[in-house]
Design a protein around this ligand. Structure first.
Ligand code: NAP
Ligand code: MG
Length: 500
């Protein structure tokens, strides 16, 4: 039976007035060459509030000719001395300034994100803090991007220059929009590139507000361009544009493959951050309370709309039923409700389509023979709310054990021993993240070495820091973001040979 959204005594935080004013200030436009411009087509796309299903405002629907204008502006900016000839210190200065302005508008940005995406306000507030940290982290890089001098013959000087790639096309998903847009912009700028970025149609508002804030830093026009629109229009035009040197994409594996094909024509450098079905292995000797706390927080966080979420919890067969019951009890205590209520753990999913997709997986779980321990219902009649949902006795042959759900649904999978756990953990086409919980230090390191995933935790799940590289093994992606690895992805090496 569906649980109703509990109208609890918990205070509801008021939406930040500046955010409401900004959202209500009229249809949003494209930011190209330092100017706010209409889309050529004149078409607008509605932005929906997933809590109330009402229209917030509208965003411009860019087409190929708008993308072309943005690429021309980004190319001009890339070659203009106002950007290409400034010192690394000056790039640091711009990034620090952006961080300060974002921090000063933190509450406003968090409200915009919550209105547009539906994530709880505490979650969007934390994500804006992460955005500030990201800009400060990348502000440290411009003066630390080194080439090398290489030993050769005595009459030769061989060295490398690490140079920017050029115009970067960036396309992001809707689940943590501001974090992804900010990270992609910050990395590109730290390395001296210029940007044409398309946020997801379902949640573009925070990125548009970020552009207005960036505008206040006097960054030269055209260094950052924000083009809203549909994946099939604006997105595919970015992927195919011959004037773009690098493409950085965050989204589904299916679209990632299309991006890679489109990028082949002009040999764009490609980085892809794609989907996941990440295993979280809990051995019997672990701190079980803590392991379950992290597991539940992870699959419920942002209503499960997180690429690296702990969606497959692998537990020893002897503890399986007990752990399934405990996870169900914990999930039942997680309140689903208004994202502005202080005690809300799960806000709405981003859209009706996403909710229906998740409900389809719940049906597949029931049909496939898994045990439904908790949840599986929509919540309330307005807004895209779904209960946290716990399935156990799942195996990898079931749809819910294989496919990315991108909703608050966890699959608990029994294993026999360490070898069986590793085999089941790796039995997936994805390889984004994973974790192992154990007090046995040798086992911990043995298991992380065996795991085919790009980011793995020991006795933790989901912790993140911009110093830590992120990206996928197998079909979870190509290349890495964050950390030193991201600098490599946004620069290219020129090898210089001088005869002395
Ligand atoms: P998606 O459908 O692949 O869309 C991602 C972005 O690509 C959106 O901006 C979308 O535009 C655009 N797009 C769609 N079709 C396109 C095309 N043919 N050419 C160019 N661009 C196109 O993914 P989603 O459903 O929004 O996001 C959820 C997925 O993202 C999940 O698989 C999740 O795991 C993954 N994700 C991965 C990471 C990571 O870092 N690894 C992080 C977050 C999310 P519109 O939506 O505006 O049409
Ligand atoms: Mg929205």
């Amino acid at each position: 039976m569906p649980t109703e959204i509990i109208s609890s005594a918990a205070p509801v935080s008021p939406a930040h007035p500046a955010a409401l004013n900004w959202v209500a200030s009229g249809p949003k436009r494209l930011w190209i060459d330092g100017q706010w411009q209409e889309a050529t087509s004149g078409r607008q796309i509605e932005s929906i509030n997933p809590e109330t299903e009402t229209t917030l405002t509208s965003i411009a629907d860019a087409n190929a000719s708008d993308i072309d204008r943005a690429v021309t502006a980004a190319r001009r900016a890339f070659e203009s001395p106002a950007w290409s000839s400034i010192t690394p210190h000056q790039r640091t200065f711009f990034l620090l300034k952006i961080a300060d302005i974002v921090e000063a508008h933190g509450e406003e940005l968090a409200t915009i994100e919550t209105l547009d995406n539906g994530m709880p306000l505490w979650y969007s507030t934390a994500s804006v803090r992460a955005v500030v940290e990201q800009f400060r982290y990348y502000a440290g890089w411009p003066t630390k991007i080194f080439g090398s001098t290489n030993p050769s013959a005595p009459n030769i000087l061989n060295y490398t220059l690490r140079e920017p790639v050029g115009v970067c096309g960036q396309i992001v998903a809707w689940n943590v929009p501001l974090v992804m847009s900010a990270m992609k912009i910050a990395t590109a700028l730290a390395c001296g590139n210029t940007v044409v970025l398309k946020p997801a149609e379902l949640a573009s508002l925070s990125t548009l507000r970020l552009a207005e804030l960036i505008e206040q830093t006097d960054l030269p026009p055209g260094v950052v361009n924000i083009v809203t629109g549909l994946g099939s229009g604006a997105g595919s035009a970015i992927a195919a544009h011959p004037g773009i040197d690098k493409i950085a994409f965050t989204g589904s594996t299916a679209v990632g493959k299309q991006i890679m094909r489109a990028a082949a024509d002009n040999m764009k450098k490609v980085t892809l951050e794609l989907g996941g079905k990440s295993p979280n292995i809990i051995f019997p000797d672990a701190d079980i309370d803590q392991a379950l706390d992290f597991a539940v927080r992870s699959f419920c966080g942002n209503s499960g709309q997180v690429c690296s979420a702990s969606t497959r919890v692998l537990v020893h067969q002897d503890m399986h039923d007990e752990i399934a019951a405990r996870v169900a009890t914990m999930a039942a205590s997680y309140k689903v409700g208004s994202p502005f209520a202080a005690d809300t753990k799960l806000g709405p999913l981003v859209s009706a389509i996403q909710r229906d997709r998740v409900m389809g997986y719940v049906e597949a779980g029931k049909r496939g023979g898994a045990t439904l321990n908790f949840g599986g219902e929509r919540v309330g009649s307005q807004g895209y709310f779904v209960q946290p949902t716990v399935f156990s006795n799942v195996d990898n042959s079931m749809t819910i054990g294989r496919e990315e759900i991108f909703g608050p649904v966890v699959s608990i999978i029994p294993f026999r021993d360490e070898e069986d756990a590793i085999r089941k953990a790796n039995d997936t086409t994805y390889g984004l993240a994973g974790a192992v919980w154990t007090r046995d230090i040798s086992r911990a390191h043995r298991v992380v070495r065996a795991m085919k995933a790009g980011r793995v935790w020991i006795n933790s799940y989901g912790d993140a820091d911009p110093v830590m590289a992120f990206g996928g093994y197998k079909q979870s992606g190509l290349g890495r973001e964050y950390g030193q690895e991201s600098i490599e992805a946004y620069t290219q090496v020129k090898s210089v040979w001088a005869r002395l």
